[in-house]
Design a protein around this ligand. Structure first.
Ligand code: GDG
Length: 493
């Protein structure tokens, strides 16, 4: 089984001569002012959740956008700061963006064009030429920052996600150094060619990604969609036997690597006294009695199906009055990308639905839905996972969804039922969850009933099986598999 230690060994034995560089838009630590004090925040992001333990094990440099209002106060003259705070094991190099660049590249092209383009949730992408121009400019800026770090050294550059589709090509064009290997992991789904072809710059994006030596997706289905999109859009050789694409004089391997969580870390934290105490505190501060507790934890995004799960809770209560006063559903989460209209609308929709459902059913002390909107500390999120009799992940489309795996890793008591969307990548591995189509409200409401009424032996059997899978396919395996694949390039296998 892969562990932090075996990943460290692999990196130290095989990559000793290489500089390991992670490049992403989102930074793993944000420094921000709280009054006059500077505090460190860990952002709610699947990408940083997954990569933090990896780079802590490997060491190296993480290049990311410095987005905190106090970020500039803590860096050295080269825009670098050693992290994690108090226990540094790698260097964070911050890239600064102007307000216009952030608006055009991040909010505009990445999140109003590419995000809805790749997630099929019937939210129309917005393609603005000015956003695209900023996207190219910022991608080039990231590539320049990476090249500055490498100079003439050997390096593995590990690029993350859809904000940085053009970086590898810019690195390739800018480098005189032949010893740079680049891999990119695409954390969101890749849609089918019909969906992708509406992007006016589809060719440029594909060409950008094909600058990588290795391109990873969560599941094979996304790899296939990518290969099909390239086959239709570019004059490239697409080899479905080897899962390789040759374009110009360059070859890119395309592979599935299902991302995961640090199972042991979550499992140990779940058992801690701190979490136990937090569960007690939450129970009393939320006024919980002995209700059956349902939980959802999410970055509030329209792909996550939050209104859909609230509608299913409503339908469940409507059809099962015997559960009134006996079930409470707690939805926790933070707002994200709130400058974008679609996210403002989503937040309004969630607030309205919660208000309507509570108004409809509340009886004395009991309200069926509790909405926790703060950026909650890790111990509170863990306490919520542990308190859940059933846990809902109802994404309308999701690359993987780590929230589901975090729930499984937290349940050392082998109890609790996961209700999981068929449209999240994690449903491929977590087949013992109660799988639902979140669009089908009646069927979803029945799944909630099934979860609540599932006999203990059945719950434990399912949870045990899912825990074995997440423990085995942990985040170190994800990173180890990618690095092992990369090593083949070094030795020209
Ligand atoms: C992308 C892909 C893929 C959630 N609410 C709060 C909070 N979180 C944390 C969770 C989890 C992370 O944020 C979310 O991870 P997901 O994987 O569920 O989703 P995305 O952010 O959309 O991530 C996704 C992932 O990349 C990795 O490849 O799985 O498919 O979309 O760790 O626990 N954290 C805090 N407060 C919250 O309210 N602090």
């Amino acid at each position: 089984m892969w562990t932090k230690e075996s990943l460290y060994e692999l990196v130290h034995n095989k990559l000793r001569d290489y500089l390991f560089i992670v490049v992403s838009n989102r930074e793993p630590y944000v420094h921000t002012y709280s009054g006059e004090k500077i505090v460190t925040i860990i952002p709610a992001s699947g990408l940083t959740t997954a990569l933090s333990p990896v780079i802590q094990a490997c060491g190296g440099i993480w290049v990311a956008h410095g987005s905190g209002d106090a970020d500039k106060e803590v860096v050295d003259p080269f825009n670098k700061v050693d992290v994690p705070p108090g226990k540094p094991s790698y260097t964070l190099k911050r890239v600064w963006l102007t307000r216009e660049e952030e608006n055009g590249y991040y909010y505009g092209f990445a999140n109003e064009a590419l995000w809805p383009l790749c997630h099929i949730v019937y939210n129309r992408p917005v393609f603005r030429e000015s956003d695209w121009n900023y996207y190219q400019k910022v991608n080039e800026l990231f590539a320049r920052n990476v090249l500055e770090e490498i100079r003439d050294r050997k390096a593995f550059v590990f690029i993350q996600d859809y904000q940085l589709a053009l970086v590898s090509n810019f690195i390739r064009q800018g480098k005189k150094n032949k010893n740079i290997i680049t891999a990119q992991f695409w954390h969101i789904p890749w849609p089918n060619p019909e969906a992708f072809r509406i992007c006016p710059w589809q060719k440029e994006i594909l060409q950008g990604l094909l600058g990588n030596d290795l391109l990873g997706f969560h599941i094979r289905y996304h790899c296939n969609n990518f290969m099909d999109t390239v086959a239709r859009a570019l004059e490239a050789r697409v080899d479905y036997e080897k899962y390789e694409i040759s374009y110009g004089d360059h070859r890119t391997a395309v592979r599935p690597f299902p991302i995961s969580v640090d199972f042991e870390d979550l499992n140990n934290f779940a058992r801690s006294k701190e979490v136990e105490e937090e569960m007690q505190r939450l129970k009393s501060s939320l006024g919980l009695r002995d209700e059956i507790i349902g939980v959802g934890i999410e970055r509030f995004d329209y792909t996550k199906g939050i209104p859909d799960r609230l509608r299913a809770i409503d339908r469940f209560l409507q059809q099962n009055p015997n559960y009134w006063r006996r079930v409470v559903f707690i939805q926790a989460g933070v707002s994200s990308r709130s400058h974008i209209e679609a996210y403002k609308n989503l937040n309004r929709e969630i607030d309205n639905l919660v208000e309507q459902i509570n108004w409809k059913y509340m009886l004395g002390w009991w309200k069926p839905v509790i909405l926790l909107r703060d950026n909650l500390p890790q111990k509170t999120l863990m306490a919520l996972r542990r308190m859940a009799n059933f846990f809902i992940v109802s994404a309308l489309h999701d690359g993987m969804n780590l929230v589901a795996k975090e729930f499984i890793a937290s349940r050392f008591d082998e109890d609790g039922v996961l209700i999981l969307s068929l449209f999240a990548g994690s449903s491929r591995e977590l087949v013992d969850a109660v799988l639902v189509n979140p669009y089908a409200t009646d069927h979803f409401a029945e799944a909630i009933k099934l979860a609540i009424e599932m006999p203990e032996a059945e719950r434990k059997k399912r949870m045990r099986k899912m825990r074995e899978i997440v423990q085995e396919n942990n985040i170190y395996k994800w990173a180890g598999d990618i690095i092992t694949e990369l090593l083949k390039f070094e030795f020209g296998e």
